[in-house]
Design a protein around this ligand. Structure first.
Ligand SMILES: C[S@@+](CC[C@H](N)C(=O)[O-])C[C@H]1O[C@@H](n2cnc3c(N)ncnc32)[C@H](O)[C@@H]1O
Length: 580
């Protein structure tokens, strides 16, 4: 670990200074030996103090990230009311912090395509592009990625997977970083994707035709991969019988190691004798692949032809996914670019990934109701891939996409692309999907968070803004505000509603008959009790819920324990905990 090594160095350096003062040559020599040994400690080390990432509006500086629902940009699903695809505009660091409170262990697959750090204005760090001769070039990228990947890992389900696109610039650094964050044993593969065909007039020595996609499991023991149903192999299957196409494979082999017991005569139905053909009978090396027993049992499967004995290898309809993504079916950079231009009618974004590539990765890694996250969404290829897969197999996968709005990419490219795909473009039919558009917003405070939260006035300002985070957590960003007053707000969609209770006591006390009509078995209560209210023991959520439930029952309302949840305390704690 970087920090472990650094701490060790600081410690050894201090000891060395002390010893030099003592001028004990023997001790200095032995310490130098130790430093030499420790120096060979295995791991990834990079300087971090010099290049801290300054994230605008961070929690440490008194800003709290919240979500603002941009209702005008909502894309309504024309069928499924509860569709909760989401696009989030803003720095993905803030999105990942919010997701700590809303989606821990809920995301099945993460795909990301981060800046490759080519030195060619593709990676901005602390507001400046990192160029090729920046001495801290890799360190900046590693600091940036480490922070985000650590948060991302918490979001994966135990059988979840993360796919990360990368090229040669940070390929080695990323492997070591991921080994540290996800665990080396959770490494699954490093796909090699052929991104272009030939070209390369600008290449100096070798034409680089490929990139990589790293794959790590959250837990290798729990993960799964589906078969690649679209794989075709180059092998030919020239024969056919009632079971399908097949090729013939000789039963005698010279490469398996000679065994006397596997060198025996086989007789066909006409009693013709076959033996393994020995090139040099004095030193036999050919033998059958099957034992005498197997030959007896499976005699009908053998084919006798041209003086040889064969078995049938049938063509399979599906194969394990292969690590080299070479075929045209995985798309090329160029096909991704052409498709995006077709959808939006103009060139908007230089290097979108082809939908086919992402679709393949998701096809073999997701099930029909997986949740997929891409927090470097760029032009939104992942959203299109998810929606197209749903269309293909009737799935109900959902996506959460996050991207900043640099050069208006989120509003002008990502959003517009998703909208086009949902509405249908050119001759492509519409999808039965919808999407919410959320924007990262901030609540500012001058002081440190933990102290300020106790301030009543401040809670009045903060808590209503946390409602959108809760709706996001409940997959209910599609709900709209129906009623609001000082004690509560009610969000509703169809038969479902969520009531945010700002003060549990007041809520029950002042409950009118009209309000009671809004409460039914599908209502979800989120209690946002202000912290100043000491009528309930605020340390004890259970007590608060029980008391609230009892009051509702006394009013004759049939509400179940599972319908009540405690609000902001948990959100705030989860987000502040381990904050940077
Ligand atoms: C390489 S592109 C992804 C392309 C995408 N896979 C596609 O097919 O269109 C990376 C994207 O991440 C965005 N990005 C970079 N840093 C970010 C950050 N800190 N937060 C959010 N988005 C970021 C960039 O604006 C860029 O659009």
């Amino acid at each position: 670990m970087a920090s472990r090594n650094r701490d060790l160095y600081v410690h050894l350096e201090d000891e060395l200074k002390k010893l030099i003062n003592e001028t004990s040559l023997e001790k200095v020599t032995s310490l130098l030996e130790r430093i030499k040994k420790e120096n060979s400690l295995y791991g990834l080390v990079w300087p971090t103090d010099e290049i801290k990432e300054r994230i605008p509006f961070s929690l440490e500086n008194g800003f709290f990230p919240v979500l603002k629902n941009i209702k005008e940009l909502e894309i309504k699903s024309n069928q499924d009311l509860f569709n909760s695809n989401v696009l989030v505009e803003g720095d993905n660091y803030h999105l990942l912090k919010i997701l700590q409170a809303t989606h821990q262990q809920k995301v099945n697959v993460i795909y990301i395509d981060p800046p490759y750090n080519t030195g060619n204005k593709d990676f901005k760090y602390n507001d400046n592009f990192v160029d090729e001769d920046d001495n801290y070039r890799h360190s900046k990228w590693l600091t940036f990625m480490e922070k985000r990947l650590k948060l991302a890992r918490n979001l994966l389900t135990m059988d979840g997977l993360i796919f990360i696109s990368i090229d040669n610039h940070e390929f080695a650094q990323l492997k070591l970083l991921c080994d540290e964050i996800f665990g080396e044993r959770n490494f699954i593969t490093n796909f090699i994707w052929k991104k272009k065909n030939g070209g390369g007039n600008d290449s100096r020595f070798i034409i680089t035709e490929h990139e990589y996609v790293y794959v790590y499991a959250r837990s290798i023991k729990r993960t799964f991969f589906k078969k690649d149903t679209k794989a075709t192999v180059e092998m030919k299957y020239p024969f056919q019988d009632e079971k399908g196409f097949y090729q013939l494979e000789r039963l005698d082999k010279q490469s398996l190691g000679y065994q006397k017991s596997l060198d025996f005569p086989i007789y066909d139905k006409d009693n013709k004798k076959y033996i393994p053909k020995q090139k040099n009978p004095a030193s036999p090396n050919a033998r059958w692949r099957w034992s005498e027993e197997t030959v007896k049992q499976r005699f009908n499967e053998l084919v006798f032809k041209n003086g040889q004995v064969y078995t049938k290898n049938y063509q399979k309809s599906e194969y394990l996914p292969a690590s080299i993504l070479y075929d045209e079916r995985f798309g090329r950079t160029q096909s991704g670019k052409i498709l995006l231009k077709k959808i939006l009618g103009k060139d908007t974004f230089s290097y979108p990934k082809p939908v086919e590539l992402i679709k393949h990765l998701l096809r073999v890694s997701t099930h029909k109701d997986s949740l997929i996250l891409d927090f470097f969404a760029g032009s939104g290829t992942t959203a299109q891939a998810v929606m197209e897969l749903n269309k293909e197999d009737g799935g109900n996968r959902k996506f959460i996409l996050g991207t900043n709005n640099e050069n208006n990419i989120c509003t002008d490219v990502t959003y517009k692309r998703v909208k086009k795909v949902i509405d249908g473009y050119l001759k492509v039919a519409p999808c039965q999907e919808g999407m919410q558009y959320l924007k990262i917003d901030f609540i500012a405070q001058e002081k440190q968070w933990k102290e300020e939260i106790k301030d009543f006035q401040f809670q009045k300002q903060l808590f209503p803004k946390l409602e959108s985070i809760y709706l996001f957590k409940e997959n209910a960003s599609y709900m709209t505000l129906k009623k609001e007053n000082v004690n509560y707000s009610i969000y509703e969609s169809g038969q479902n509603n969520i009531i945010f209770v700002r003060d549990a006591d007041e809520f029950v006390e002042k409950m009118t008959k009209v309000l009671q009509k809004d409460i039914h078995e599908k209502t979800k209560f989120i209690i946002f009790n202000y912290f100043h209210n000491n009528q309930f023991d605020l340390q004890d959520d259970k007590l608060l819920i029980e008391r609230f439930l009892k009051c509702l029952h006394e009013k004759g309302l049939q509400v179940d324990l599972s319908q009540i949840e405690i609000g902001p305390k948990n959100i705030i704690n989860n987000m502040i905990k381990g904050c940077l």
